[in-house]
Structure formats: C-alpha cells, structure tokens
Design a protein around this ligand. Sequence first.
Ligand code: CO
Length: 508
Amino acid sequence: MQSFQLHEHATTVPINSYQLEDWQKGYESLREEFDYWIDQVEGEIPPDLEGTLFRNGPGLLDVGGEPLQHPFDGDGMICAIAFSQGKAHFRNRFIRTEGFLAEQKAQKILYRGVFGTQKSGGWLANAFDFRLKNIANTQVIYWGGKLLALWEAAEPHRLDPKTLETIGIDYLDGVLKPGSAFAAHPWIDPSCAEDGGAPCLVNFSIKPGLSTTITIFELDEQCKVVRQHARAVPGFAFIHDFAITPNYCIFFQNPVHFNPLPFVMGMKGAGECIQFKGDRPTQIIIIPRHGSAPVQTLSTQSGFVFHHANAFEQDGHLYVDSVCYDSLPSVEPDADYRQVKFEQLSPGQLWRFCLDLKTNTVERKLIESRCCEFPFVHPNRAGRPYRYVYLGAAHAAQGNAPLQAILKVDLVSGERQIWSAAPRGYVGEPIFVPRPTTTAEQLQSNGKASDEDSGWLLTMVYNSEQERSELVILDAKDLTKEPVARLHLKHHVPYGLHGSFASPYFDS
Ligand code: CO
C-alpha cells in the first residue's frame, strides 16, 4: 500500500480550528421562504457563470418546537441561486410533501423518521407504525426538463424550476409505482454508447430484505426510462450511493446487520437498527449496465462508504475512488446529535480501489488521509479516467472534525490545494461548474486533462460569527487564492446535503 505524496499549502488558522457551539448553530430550523437579489457581494460574480445552482437539505430541525432526533429526518428545502450577467438571485422553498403539509398543519410530529425521530407518547405510540414520510431532502437535479427532489427510500417530487413550487410526486411515466424507491445519487453518463453518444442519467433503487433487489434505471435526455433491469444480491444491504463506468454499475455493500425488532416495537428508527460489523468484509457488487452477463461480487477489507468520488475502466481494471470510514458508530436513541464528539469518531478518508474482474481480487490504497466528505468531479469525467477531485474537508490535516475547508486533490501529481473557512465557517459540498468554452476552444483542447479544472467551485458556507450563510465561489484552478466572490445571504441556511448546477437560468 502506498499513499500519494502530500504537498500542502500552509494556512494561517490554528489547528484547533472550531468551537462545537459555533458548529451547532448551523442546525437551527429556517422557517421563512425568501426571494431576493443578493446585493451583498464581496469580489465579483463571474459574468460567464450562467445558470442555476440547486441545493437540497433539511430545512427544519424541529416540528412545532418538537426537536427531530437526527438532521437526516428533516423536511427537504431547496435553495436555488440563479446566476446571470454577474448577478445572483436567491430563493428557498420547502417541498410540499404530504408529510410536511400534515405536520405543519398539526404543528407536531406525526410520522416516525428513519433516523430515530419518534412521535411523542413513547414506544406505545410508535410501535407497528410503518408509514414512511417521504421527506425529499437529499438531492435535487434538473434533467429532461424536470426538476426532481430525491430521497432514496421513496419516489421523487417534481418541482417548478422557476418558482420551486411542488408539482407532486413524479412516477417517471408510470415506471415507478406508489411506494417505489428511487435513489438520491444519480450519475449523468456524459456519453452513453447505447444512446449513440448522447448523455443519459443512471440511477438505482434498493428493495431491502433477506436478499436485496437492486434495480438500475437509465433515462434519456427526455427523462424517459430507456433501460431498466433488476438484480438480486444476497443479504441485507444499506446502499446510499454507487459509481458508474461506461460498462458497469458498482455498489459497495457495507458490512452491517439489521435487527428490525426495536423499530417494530416503536423503540428505535429503522436506521438506528443498523449495526456496523467491522469483522466482516465489504462486498463490492459489479452489475453490467448492458446485456445479461452475471453479477460479480468481490470482497475487500471492511469499512463503511456513503459516497463514491468516481470510477473508471483502464488497462483491464476497474478503479473506484470512495470516501471510507474505519467504522460507523450506531445512532443511539437518546443521544443528541449536536453533542457529537468529533475527535472520538473515525474520519472519512479517500481511498482508491483497484478491481481485477478476471482474478476477482481488490487492491486498495489511501489517497487522502485528511478527514473529508462530499466528493465532486468534473461532470464530463463521470465514469472516465480523471485527474481532479474536490471535497469538503477538515481544516486540520489529522483527526476527525467538522468540514471547514474545500480540498482539491490532483490524482496525477499528488498535489493538494486547500481553501479554509476556519475558524468560524463550516462548508458544504463543493459543486464544480465548468467554465463555458467556445466551440473553437473545445476543438483546440479536445477534452485534455489540463482543462479539467477550468471552472468554479460553489459551496454554501455557514458563517457562525454572523449566524448567516454565504455562497462562496472559488476558482477551481487555484484554491489558494481568495474566493472569486462571497455572496452574503440575509439569513442562515441549515447544513445541507447535495446539489447540482443546471445551465438554464431560472427566474420568474
Ligand atoms: Co449522499
């Protein structure tokens, strides 16, 4: 095992870079819905940054004052920041899910959350209540003319991209049925051979049980499902994300045990019944995207993975880059997530897995030991050999801590660049937006790797000093420079999950 060489740019903030009380303030509900032009801007919004950033995450951390047990149980709220001609417009809207509307009317918790939120009244009030509240809080994508808010255990909600109004559940022209799952981590294959080189969206659904059914969906540019196939794999699986290449879908089946009894009896959320089993290997499930070749399963050393950075095929091997945790602590029913002891948990670290499908063997090596999460790559490199990965990261090089920095890793040279919002700032996912190029420039560069970092990184930063959030725009070519622009919002936005950038400029 060898690790990449580290060349780190020094920063001036002390190692003890955060205060837990500061970090906790980012988990306050945002009740208001806003609509305004952002007029407090430091630096300059690039005039050629044209389009709309959509971002999803829990907007409420309580219902009528009753606190949620975990932020992942919070109602989905979309932020849209629309950019045109150097100006930016902000808008946020809650997704009007059935559960959101009912709970806001009642002003109390009516549904159990997957991550432990319970109705008041103790276990008796919760036992045998298996109704699922589709909270639509994990990702939002614009594809084939539809803006879809995603939550992995249920159907997508369709929204109006201009107003963010909720149109309703979208069944993808009847492909999904009421109660169907549709994961929150689609990939866009930039050039699908089956579609004559056109892009297609690849996503999956998980139907858990004693054996798990994984269904793969491929959608064309009109948002029509053009390919769909289901495969059964042995054992219970908790799979949040996957990776694609032109020929494969790759899933990491984390070593977990699921005991549903406390959930059934009303004592725990379903997610709290998942126990990490560090003594068992992780199974890597390889499903061919085309044709009916058998599923291949490879074993590797244990660990827990939420997110994959990318995957690609090269020299007869399959490579997967993923953020791995040594272990995953169980969510305790009476623990307060705001009191997390960061230093006692294992950090997420970026690993590269090299898969040999002929010998069924896996080799892995550590790419980045710094605590990191939310990997993002150039959209045109999805499933292809690539050079740069961007991540949310801890300010300090060692140990586990909240994400306060944006890290760029050059996978070829090993060089790192870091921009840090410490000590008072807390970052979210860095969303890479390619700089638009003219046709002549495209022909000249022919997709060379040197242009892969030509663009911007957009990330929402919670500023705990001002108790407000800002959208920070970084030049992806050089993170050590001052941000290109900081757009100060009039309020805070609770820590979010995932987002995406759409090239149309949406404003009503
Ligand atoms: Co995710």
